[in-house]
Design a protein. Structure first.
Length: 377
């Protein structure tokens, strides 16, 4: 069995040097399995493949292959080395590891990341034993590659044979339905009804799944249903509150979004950056700048880093409120990274106020900083 990373000479030399240095200090104290797991946990995927190849060629540690292969396959999936992944697949066949669901499931997930659905399905169809993880992995492979119809068909087959889908899988299905126009709402409702009638998975007990349904119904414009699901949740965390607030803001229920934020604070749930960005969008209208300032102050008091997306939301809020353009200017000047989105926000605000000379001056300054304008700016 020949394993080849197909790297260019410079990459191969650098990786070989790194791996030799790591191996010299670690291999004597860690087993191959522990060392490979350590590399994968640190995100050193290329080095994982190089280390595995060296062991396979130079040390002939064939006995450890069943233990380390799933970790090596996982590392390969993040490198997008399709040819090497195929060789790992062949190695599993040669070593008789295909009957191990852990190995086969990892191969399915690897091919899914490679967008090679045909190979993933071949692995699934030829597996001698399939557990619920296998089914979930294959359905997720379809969903990751935008194949909702195929994923739904396999979801039906999974239910037909009596296996229980994982809440994470249901959440992925529902989320994709929310991003699908036309039949998305109908299919998502059917999944919701099926889960409720089945009874094996209690939606209200799963924060992850309930939040997915909240987001789904908001995306489909069903605000009342989204709030009903949220109200029925036994446990609510910052992610579920953020889904509620973001959904209200996206559906232009701005007053409700702000009221939910106050209720969230009373309940002692901390906000995250996504929550505040959604709230700033709710305050980006005349007469609501005072609420936007409160959120700005909240972010400052709680030590939120002024990331690009948050700064952009602040600038947009102050500009759209039509009252506090000088605050927007100060935030803009303090941004270390000013892309075309930020430039367009501040230029557009001057244009809407009729200050064309200032807008043109900023436009020329944007060009001198070598930022290419878009159709908005």
């Amino acid at each position: 069995m020949i394993l080849n990373l197909n790297l260019n000479p410079l990459s191969y030399t650098c990786m070989s040097f790194f791996t030799r240095q790591v191996s010299a200090t670690v291999v004597h104290t860690l087993s191959p399995l522990d060392h490979i797991k350590s590399l994968v946990s640190k995100g050193l995927y290329h080095q994982t493949l190089q280390f595995f190849t060296q062991l396979h060629f130079h040390h002939h540690h064939f006995s450890f292959i069943p233990c380390v292969l799933p970790s090596v396959i996982k590392a390969c999936s993040y490198t997008h080395f399709h040819a090497f992944g195929t060789q790992l697949h062949c190695l599993a066949l040669v070593r008789g590891l295909y009957s191990d669901p852990i190995v086969s499931n990892s191969i399915i997930s690897m091919y899914a990341k490679f967008s090679d659905i045909y190979s993933a399905r071949q692995v699934f169809d030829t597996m001698p034993h399939r557990d619920h993880i296998t089914w979930n992995s294959m359905i997720n492979a379809y969903l990751q590659n935008g194949l909702l119809a195929e994923g739904l068909q396999m979801f039906k087959d999974l239910y037909f044979i009596g296996l229980l889908p994982k809440p994470e899988l249901l959440a992925s299905l529902v989320s994709m339905c929310g991003r699908t126009t036309g039949s998305g709402l109908r299919i998502g409702r059917q999944i919701h009804g099926l889960v409720v009638v089945d009874g094996r998975i209690q939606v209200q007990h799963s924060v992850f799944l309930s939040t997915a349904f909240v987001d789904f119904y908001f995306r489909c414009g069903e605000s009342l249903m989204a709030m009903s699901v949220f109200d029925g949740m036994e446990t609510k965390n910052e992610v579920s509150w953020t889904a509620l607030i973001s959904g209200c803001a996206a559906n232009q229920d701005y007053d409700v979004a702000l009221a939910c934020f106050r209720e969230m604070q009373v309940g002692g749930v901390n906000s995250n950056r996504v929550t505040l960005i959604a709230l700033l969008a709710a305050c980006a209208r005349p007469g609501f700048v005072k609420y936007g300032k409160e959120i700005h102050g909240y972010a400052f008091r709680h030590g939120f880093d002024p990331c690009h997306s948050f700064s952009s939301a602040l600038i947009n809020m102050y500009c759209e409120s039509g009252e506090s353009l000088h605050f927007a200017e100060r935030i803009f000047e303090g941004c270390s990274l000013r892309d075309v989105v930020l430039w367009s926000s501040i230029i557009g605000s001057y244009s809407r106020r009729g200050e064309s000379n200032e807008a043109l001056k900023l436009f020329n300054k944007m060009r001198t900083e070598e930022t290419e304008p878009n159709y908005t700016s």
